[in-house]
Ligand binder design. Structure first.
Ligand SMILES: Nc1nc2c(c(=O)[nH]1)N[C@H]1C(S)=C(S)[C@@H](COP(=O)(O)OP(=O)(O)OC[C@H]3O[C@@H](n4cnc5c(=O)[nH]c(N)nc54)[C@H](O)[C@@H]3O)O[C@H]1N2
Ligand SMILES: Nc1nc2c(c(=O)[nH]1)N[C@H]1C(S)=C(S)[C@@H](COP(=O)(O)OP(=O)(O)OC[C@H]3O[C@@H](n4cnc5c(=O)[nH]c(N)nc54)[C@H](O)[C@@H]3O)O[C@H]1N2
Ligand code: SF4
Ligand SMILES: [Mo]
Length: 761
């Protein structure tokens, strides 16, 4: 790697890679010329995407070649400006300053934030080594403002938070999208193709639950245009109807679950007509939907930010899962299944369950994003004093940007590893320039497929930009400087790696057995030894060897069924060699339809349906809801995925042909009442701040509901080189306290707001 594919005479070669703009990482073929991405097409050989892409990757050169690429380590001066320094100085000083923090306050005072956005995940593994050398216990990333509530519920139901279910939309008779707009945001392979197929098939139904008539809702057989934030009423009313009309799968409940009685008891008290009114969906329609679900051969559901970033979010995840579980839609074709994975998402297991400073829950090893400023802006002796931020932009992406700026200013040391200058970088003491995702080996870690799961390793398609380094190299240098690497061991393992993969395997496992402490830095050991024997540009794929050994240990039968022979280390090696040798990805696991039952982590093999704390919340749902704010009559969804958004991965506003400044969407009636017209300016005010945005009048919205896109409000130089901020940064408007009581996940989709016309000058 990187290898080439058939080209026309005179044409630049097509190089295999993947899109890095959303979790799907669709396979791509890319032509490059003079350091630029010139042509892109879907890779038809890719094992998961099979040639599919959406429109966004066409703009990928804006990621690879923005005006703001970093080409030197930077150190902040006393006056706040940055000066360029060389790598040696940067590594020396950063190691020394982290050591000072560790000596004065302990390693747990160093927060690690990040570990991979949509396609940059190997750094998370290498950073684990640095964290262990520093003794940095706590970590967080975007999952802790979206998926931790759902993961916590999975942990209760199935026994481990890594028991993640995936919907089988390819085969489901009924497909439900709950607060999810895959037409724009994807979330499963070939989303548009799959949705269109369900929509066209008269035997199958697509049900969309969303306050806005989205592109996905346009394809729905049934669109439930719910009042924003009221899903808890709809979901529990559906469950109540299923109970009333005896549509639960009693056999499944009796043989496969425990704790159902407590759930049924809580559901009995629900008055469907009252709940229908609260969520704004007619009772008749709720009953029809419940009957469709209750009588279908198979049902699959995908929930996402529309409920995960709204009031009652953890409870919503629970109710969503009760709908498919109580109707027996689990562990079979067309339903919900527990899949294999190359590495569990999140920050690792086995650490503290609560933060010692705020008592915030640590789920999937992650501190809730909304707690981070409180973990810093306090007198508590255990507060965070330093942060290492990698491949993330938390000052922009976490709730309440002002509090985030204050918090980052209060830290003794902030180090940011990124490809460009960001809102977070501005608060750093040091910024380290990383090679881009097209300049180093990377891999796809959102492997959520079932019954066949896939993995793609991709090679670089460009030489690294001069003076940038891969994260693996950065962590390796830091660890060396911190004295965390046993150089004799490195020599021994490198010699073995040069001999053969088998010799290396034996030497590596032997070393771990005699020096278990080396396990903590194993990713960097792999990089420094096995990595040096891989092809040019593939060094940082070395950690994948360890992950493939884990796959061989955790899912040997699945890997054998996928055609990989042997067991133990030999199986791991077969997987590793195949992964590095197949540019369009491999199917690494194949399961029978009932495999989910093997994957369940409860000892008795049953699903534990009763979650007392959430049933209590359900019984007192009113009291646990958001407060009313009379002065803020609108609900603002702050962070809608649109065709013109891709988190903050593209900073150059040029790529946005439509919706350049990120419009505030509002329905015609509200716009008329407020005197707003298309393109006119609106002022949006929340408890935190007040911003201006151009208006887009849209029939897709209901009264009282407005939306702003995610990923805007980024600073970028204009033609004259002067920095300008394009669009509204959504988190200038959000509040830290608007969050789930259990998981701490934010209510970004439910921001109380006021909207006014800005008088034209
Ligand atoms: N184009 C594009 N695609 C992306 C991204 C991107 O930036 N741009 N980002 C990627 C990332 S990081 C993620 S996490 C995913 C997120 O993917 P999604 O979760 O699909 O994205 P959103 O548009 O934020 O929210 C989904 C839907 O929730 C609806 N919603 C709002 N409030 C409520 C409510 O109260 N109840 C219900 N039921 N629905 C509600 C919105 O109208 C919206 O249609 O997208 C990924 N894909
Ligand atoms: N109000 C509101 N806030 C939200 C959301 C919302 O809907 N509403 N959505 C939330 C969600 S779901 C998410 S996922 C987050 C996303 O927010 P973040 O997780 O903070 O990350 P991204 O915006 O994806 O930005 C990723 C960063 O990685 C950098 N990067 C890219 N490639 C590389 C590389 O190879 N190496 C390194 N070191 N860095 C690289 C980019 O330059 C960028 O700065 O935002 C969250 N914030
Ligand atoms: S679906 Fe996601 S990964 Fe695939 S091409 Fe579109 S943005 Fe890229
Ligand atoms: Mo996300």
């Amino acid at each position: 790697m990187p290898a080439t594919h058939a080209t026309k005479p005179g044409e630049a070669p097509w190089k295999k890679s993947a899109c890095i703009l959303c979790s799907l990482n669709c396979g791509l073929e890319i032509q490059v010329q003079d350091g630029h991405i010139t042509k892109i097409r879907g890779d038809r050989d890719h094992v998961a995407s099979r040639g599919y892409t959406c429109e966004k990757p066409r703009a990928l050169d804006h990621y690879q070649n923005p005006k703001t690429r970093l080409t030197s380590p930077l150190r902040r001066r006393a006056d706040g400006s940055f000066e360029e320094i060389d790598w040696n100085t940067a590594i020396l000083e950063i190691a020394a300053r982290f050591s000072e923090v560790r000596e004065a306050h302990g390693g747990q005072a160093i927060l690690y934030y990040g570990g991979g956005g949509q396609g940059n995940h190997l750094c998370g593994g290498y950073a684990r080594a640095t964290r262990s050398v520093l003794g940095s216990t706590f970590t967080s990333n975007a999952l802790a403002q979206e998926k931790t509530g759902e993961a916590w519920v999975d942990g209760q139901l199935y026994g481990k938070t890594r028991c993640h279910t995936t919907p089988d939309f390819e085969h489901a008779e009924v497909a439900i999208l709950l607060g999810k707009n895959p037409w724009q945001s994807h979330g499963f392979p070939r989303a548009r193709t799959v949705l269109k197929a369900i929509s066209k098939d008269p035997e199958r139904s697509l049900i969309v639950i969303d306050p806005r008539r989205t592109e996905s809702a346009d394809l729905a057989d049934t669109f439930l245009q719910i009042k924003p934030g009221k899903d808890v009423y709809l979901l529990s009313a559906i469950l109540a109807v299923l109970l009333e009309e005896d549509l639960f799968d009693r056999y499944f409940i009796a043989t496969r679950t425990r704790g159902a009685d407590q759930v049924l008891d809580a559901l009995q008290h629900i008055e469907v007509s009252d709940y229908a009114e609260r969520c704004g969906i007619a009772e008749d329609q709720i009953r029809q939907v419940a009957r469709r679900i209750g009588t279908a051969r198979s049902v699959a559901i995908l929930e996402d930010l529309g409920v995960q970033m709204a009031p009652h979010s953890t409870l919503n995840s629970y109710l969503e899962k009760l709908i498919y579980l109580l109707t027996g839609n689990f562990g079979s074709q067309g339903t919900m299944n527990l899949h294999t994975m190359v590495a569990p998402l999140g920050g690792g297991s086995g650490g503290p369950e609560k933060s010692p400073v705020t008592g915030a829950p640590v789920i999937q090893g992650l501190i809730p994003c909304n707690s981070i400023p409180e973990e810093i802006l306090t007198d508590h002796g255990d507060r965070f004093r330093a942060a290492l931020v990698e491949s993330a932009n938390p000052v922009h992406s976490l709730a309440d940007s002002q509090q985030m700026r204050d918090a980052f200013k209060a830290l003794d040391l902030v180090v940011v590893i990124d490809v460009v200058m960001t809102e977070t970088g501005r608060y750093a003491d040091y910024i380290l320039p990383a090679s881009s995702q097209f300049e180093k080996a990377e891999a796809t870690f959102f492997n959520f497929e079932f019954p066949e799961n896939f993995f793609q390793v991709r090679g670089p398609i460009f030489e690294p930009l001069p003076n940038t380094l891969s994260e693996a190299e950065i962590h390796s240098r830091l660890i060396r400087e911190l004295g965390g690497l046993d150089e004799d061991l490195v020599q021994k393992l490198r010699a073995a790696a040069e001999e053969s993969l088998d010799a290396f395997t034996q030497a590596f496992f032997g070393a771990l057995a005699s020096q278990p402490e080396a396990g903590a830095v194993s990713a960097i050991l792999l990089y420094e030894t096995l990595g040096k024997t891989l092809d040019d540009g593939m060094e940082c794929a070395a950690a994948i060897w360890g992950l493939m050994q884990n796959v061989a240990r955790s899912f040997p039968d699945s890997a054998n069924r996928a055609g990989f022979e042997g067991s133990g280390p030999a199986l791991g090696n077969a997987l590793f060699e195949a992964a590095l040798g197949s540019e369009s990805g491999i199917i690494f696991s194949v399961d029978p339809w009932d495999e989910s039952w093997q994957r369940l982590a409860h000892q008795d093999g049953r699903i534990d349906l009763a979650i007392d704390s959430l049933l209590d919340e359900l019984r007192n749902v009113e009291a646990n809801g958001p407060a009313d704010h009379a002065e803020f009559p609108f609900v603002l969804a702050a962070g809608e995925r649109r065709t013109s958004t891709a988190n903050t991965i593209f900073r150059d506003p040029e790529w946005r042909h439509k919706d350049a400044e990120g419009a505030l969407r509002i329905c015609p009636e509200d716009a008329a009442q407020l005197g707003l017209s298309n393109g006119s300016l609106a002022r949006v005010t929340t408890r935190r701040s007040s911003v201006e945005a151009p208006v887009e009048i849209s029939e897709t919205l209901q009264r009282g509901h407005v939306t702003l896109p995610n990923g805007l409000g980024l600073a970028y130089p204009d033609e004259s080189g002067k920095e300008r901020v394009y669009g509204v940064a959504p988190n200038e408007l959000t509040s830290l306290e608007d969050r789930d009581w259990l998981a701490g996940t934010p209510w970004h989709k439910y921001v109380p707001a006021r909207v006014e016309a800005v008088p034209s000058a």
